[in-house]
Design a protein around this ligand. Structure first.
Ligand code: SF4
Length: 159
């Protein structure tokens, strides 16, 4: 009982919502209240994944704002894509997009996903995410900080 009283009296300890400025929104109005995303690593260095994982830690607590990840695109509202799109991941990315029920959102997370981050001429690179799919939200940075990711996705989940 003591622990429950302490939990109730402390309330939610998530950090306050950071500034929305870092995210550059292209096409808003994707969702309302919750946003379930399938993450696709199309060819990243894993830096963006580390920051995305941190968003779901108790410090940033992104799930408490209605945003969650799912293992299946069939259960998702959209995709969050990291990294340049590599030859090996182009088809899996398109397969995941096709398997996601519409209307669906595509989030390009990190500079590689947005503009290839200097890797466009690489022999294994087929382009940025926008070269393959309509991108609804860009979250720039190399990598973007968790606070920037949280702010951008909260803008979509509207919580
Ligand atoms: S944007 Fe930076 S951290 Fe993210 S995948 Fe590209 S190189 Fe790695």
């Amino acid at each position: 009982m003591g622990l429950i009283r302490r939990i109730v009296s402390l309330g939610k300890l998530a950090q306050p919502q950071p500034s929305l400025d870092p995210a550059r929104e292209i096409r808003p109005d994707l969702s309302s209240g919750s946003l379930v995303l399938r993450h696709v690593d199309a060819g990243s260095c894993n830096g963006c994944e580390i920051e995305l994982s941190a968003c779901f830690s108790p410090i940033y607590d992104l799930e408490s704002f209605g945003v969650s990840l799912t293992a299946s695109p069939r259960h998702a509202d959209g995709l969050v894509v990291t990294g340049v799109v590599t030859r090996n991941m182009q088809k899996p990315l398109m397969d995941a997009y096709i398997a996601t029920p519409g209307p669906k959102a595509v989030v390009a997370l990190g500079d590689c996903a947005i503009n290839c981050n200097g890797l466009r001429e690489g022999y294994g690179v087929t382009g940025a995410v926008a070269d393959h799919l309509d991108v609804d939200l860009e979250i720039p940075g190399c990598p973007p900080e968790p606070a920037e990711i949280v702010a951008a996705l909260r803008r979509v989940s509207k919580r």
